[in-house]
Design a protein around this ligand. Structure first.
Ligand SMILES: NC(=O)c1ccc[n+]([C@@H]2O[C@H](COP(=O)([O-])OP(=O)(O)OC[C@H]3O[C@@H](n4cnc5c(N)ncnc54)[C@H](OP(=O)(O)O)[C@@H]3O)[C@@H](O)[C@H]2O)c1
Length: 307
């Protein structure tokens, strides 16, 4: 077995062209950890921002050598640390968080806390499972911030996006009357999830879940005294007109993710994969996502676990 593995990083962030594939030493999991052989890692908007240096610029990244890319993953347990119950070979998915790290899920191998992974149900393939953790957990934790709807109206901006799509479903489960704001071509997707649909950003909603990261432009859509839940950590719009502003910061939660993967396998939650690309083509995947208009995730495959 190789003593190193390949991973994508940025040394000096500068967009897709600054992404490098490097070899790093393989290490064994410690107590409470597992090592996962990665099958798929989703390309999310946050990864483009990390590669562009947005979070370095905000002082949230301070790595001496390189910064890791990628937050969520699927794969198989390759090794379990002392006292960890996961069997080698189990199909799992998970999320790692935090901006300031020298490792990420754009890699062949990952050491992760055993509490932060969940089993992938038999009915869900590993490529689709890779697209679930970050955005389903972000949406579920966003809906926690919304609380019970009791029939109140909720506008979800970016409703055809990964976060927005999950919020459409999960907020209805909590009693919100949900409408999705999306592009004309997204109507079938939004209505297919049981939500109302609009292409026009009109005011008067009891709450806005801001999956499109409209930020200050989203605030006028909320009625006086309403609720706004944003998706940009550290960048909450100012509270005006009695509106309560909250911001979701997605956190790993293996138990919650297990439920979300089950709901995805059952077809109760949407999952969309736009393309599967080898890890070596990470820069071209980032360029494609940066253009916008992509529906569903690019999933990177490091090439070993899927062979
Ligand atoms: N805080 C957290 O923990 C957390 C976790 C996950 C994601 N996020 C953030 O949440 C945001 C959404 O992520 P995502 O993965 O869902 O992104 P995504 O899949 O790219 O979805 C964003 C959607 O918003 C649409 N959109 C943008 N502006 C719009 C407008 N004015 N009107 C209608 N639709 C509009 C986009 O359509 P087009 O493609 O046609 O422009 C796209 O469908 C990102 O900013 C991401 O960084 C935060």
């Amino acid at each position: 077995m190789s003593t190193t593995f390949r991973t994508a990083v940025v040394r000096t962030p500068g967009g897709p062209d600054s992404i490098e594939i490097i070899d790093v030493p393989l290490v064994e999991p410690g107590p409470g950890q597992v090592r996962v052989e990665i099958a798929g890692a989703a390309v999310n908007p946050v990864d483009l921002a990390v590669a562009a240096g947005v979070f370095h610029g905000r002082g949230l990244v301070d790595q001496p050598h390189h910064t890791g890319l990628g937050w969520d993953f699927s794969g198989t347990v390759a090794a379990a640390g002392p006292g960890v119950g996961w069997a080698v070979g189990t199909r799992v998915a998970g999320l790692i968080d935090g901006f300031d790290r020298d490792f990420g899920t754009y890699a062949e191998q990952l050491i992760v806390s055993a509490d932060d992974i969940a089993p992938v149900p038999a009915g869900l393939d590993l490529v689709a499972a890779a697209a679930v953790p970050l955005n389903s957990l972000a949406a579920a934790q966003l809906v926690d911030l919304l609380g019970d709807g009791d029939g109140r109206s909720l506008l979800v901006t970016g409703a055809a996006g990964a976060v927005g799509g999950y919020v459409l479903s999960l907020a209805q489960d909590r009693g919100w009357r949900v409408t999705g704001l999306a592009r004309t071509q997204d109507e079938e997707f939004v209505r297919g999830l049981g939500a109302g649909f609009t292409t026009r950003a009109t005011p008067g909603w009891d709450a806005v879940a801001d999956g499109a990261a409209m930020q200050e432009q989203g605030m006028p859509l909320v009625r006086d005294g309403g609720l706004f839940v944003g998706v940009q950590p550290g960048a909450a719009p100012a509270e005006v007109r009695g509106i309560t502003v909250r911001v979701v910061v997605a956190r790993p939660d293996g138990a919650r993710l297990a439920q979300l993967l089950e709901a995805t396998a059952d077809g109760r939650l949407p999952v969309r994969v736009h393309a599967v690309v080898p890890l070596d083509e990470v820069a071209s995947a980032h360029r494609a996502v940066a253009k916008g208009g992509v529906r569903g995730r690019y999933v990177l495959t490091p090439g070993t676990a899927m062979d």
